[in-house]
Design a protein around this ligand. Structure first.
Ligand SMILES: Cc1ncc(COP(=O)(O)O)c(C=O)c1O
Length: 410
């Protein structure tokens, strides 16, 4: 018994020391390459074009919903992503909320999503009154595991008229929300096949995936719609903002209508035909978006450069590798991730060690089913998510990190 206890301690301590050493080597190696003292995870970068665009918008006095900026920004995004329609919103979260509403998701419905994501994905589902179902992730894509999805649906679904319902809760299985985590896109062909079989609407959480493609196709072109985020830490930013992308005219019209308080166009007196939301993107933010958008191709190249140099460094350190884009996906590498061979026991200590070198790193989010307000909802077995959430470490990937790296190398 005592021997067993002490060997457990030896295993624990030797793993702790191993982790410590690989973290230490990685932090030291990265520090050597960065020229600036402090490196953020993903700080935005602004230049005179951005300031000029904002000033011009201020001078025009059209800072809210009037003015041409929102239309221009939407058109640019349609051209870039290949979707027919786009609606700019004041956040990615509000875009997700509207996308679900426009697909008629509401109380009595269930929406499937991965257990490892940012809470906004689950929150948007709850805002509609629907119930989230959490699924395991695939370690190769970080998105929903297709076998787990198929198993879950086989296990809990039963046919009910033209749709399927969860036999245990009695609620309609209405939609699936794939999340393109850190910019990586999973097997969208298989996902679509499963969605078709079970009559599920597909609303992509593409908040992190502007510029990523699966088989050459940009998010927003799969299923009913996809939603981008332009929060300050995203690949391009509007300060705060989002964009619903869709090829479905009905969905587009509903999103557009609901985003602007369901106002009836041209009505006098001004009238509203249903419960709407004040979710449109202000012109001021769109003006910044237009000027930021001019840099998207450069940012994508820089992110790939960072991925390449990180990959080389990680390949030289025991116990760590870099996360690579999945098959058929060309990722935007929004946030690069180191993947540790085994779960990190001391995440706070790891973050602290990098901080000593002025480098900001971040662990993956807490799993959704572990959050107190999400614990009660249906959840499939999530072994991959549980381990992977402790093996990932987000490392600096923004334009300032690239610049700092380049200067040090140059
Ligand atoms: C996966 C994911 N979904 C949704 C969102 C929400 O986007 P926003 O912050 O623009 O509301 C984010 C953004 O941070 C995200 O990372």
């Amino acid at each position: 018994m005592v021997a067993c206890e002490s060997s457990r301690w030896i295993v624990y301590w030797s793993k702790w020391i191993r982790d410590l050493m690989s973290v230490d080597v990685l932090s030291t190696r990265l520090r050597r390459h960065f020229s600036s003292k402090k490196i953020g995870l993903h700080e935005p970068q602004f230049n005179c074009d951005d300031s000029h665009a904002l000033l011009q918008c201020l001078e025009s006095s059209f800072v809210s919903s009037a003015g041409p900026q929102v239309d221009i920004f939407e058109t640019l995004l349609c051209e870039f992503t290949g979707t027919r329609f786009a609606v700019a919103t004041n956040s990615g979260t509000s875009g997700l909320h509207l996308s679900l509403l426009a697909n008629e998701i509401g109380p009595g419905d269930e929406v499937l999503l991965p257990a490892l994501t940012f809470c906004a994905s689950a929150n948007a589902i709850l805002y509609t009154g629907a119930t989230p179902n959490f699924l395991d992730i695939d370690n190769e894509t970080l998105g929903i595991h297709m076998d787990a999805l198929s198993e879950w649906l086989k296990h809990c679904s039963e046919k009910c008229g033209s749709s399927y319902r969860n036999r245990y809760t009695g609620r309609r299985l209405a939609a699936i929300m794939p999340v393109h985590l850190y910019g990586h896109i999973g097997d969208m062909d298989r996902l679509q096949e499963i969605a078709d079989e079970y009559k599920l609407r597909v609303v992509e959480d593409a908040a992190e995936a502007l510029g990523s493609c699966y088989n050459g196709v940009h998010p927003g072109n799969f299923g009913q719609c996809g939603v981008l985020s332009f929060n300050g830490n995203k690949i391009i930013t509007t300060g705060g903002g989002g964009m619903v992308l869709t090829n479905d005219k009905v969905v587009y019209k509903r999103v557009k209508h609901l985003a602007s308080t369901a106002r009836v166009a041209g009505s006098a007196p001004l009238t509203h035909d249903s419960l709407g939301y004040n979710y449109t993107m202000p012109s001021l933010n769109a003006a910044l978006g237009i000027s930021q958008f001019k840099k998207i191709r450069r940012y994508l190249k820089e992110k790939r450069y960072l991925f390449d140099v990180y990959k080389k460094i990680c390949s030289e350190i025991d116990g760590i590798e870099i996360f690579e884009e999945p098959r058929y996906c060309k990722s935007n590498y929004w946030l690069n991730n180191c993947v540790f061979d085994e779960p990190l026991d001391d995440i706070a200590g790891t973050i602290g060690r990098f901080a000593q070198d002025g480098i900001e790193v971040r662990a993956a989010w807490d799993l959704m089913p572990k959050l107190p307000y999400l614990r009660e909802f249906p959840c499939a077995p999530i072994p991959n998510s549980s381990l992977m959430s402790k093996r990932l470490l987000n490392i600096p990937s923004g334009p300032k990190a690239f610049q700092s790296w380049n200067q040090a190398d140059g």
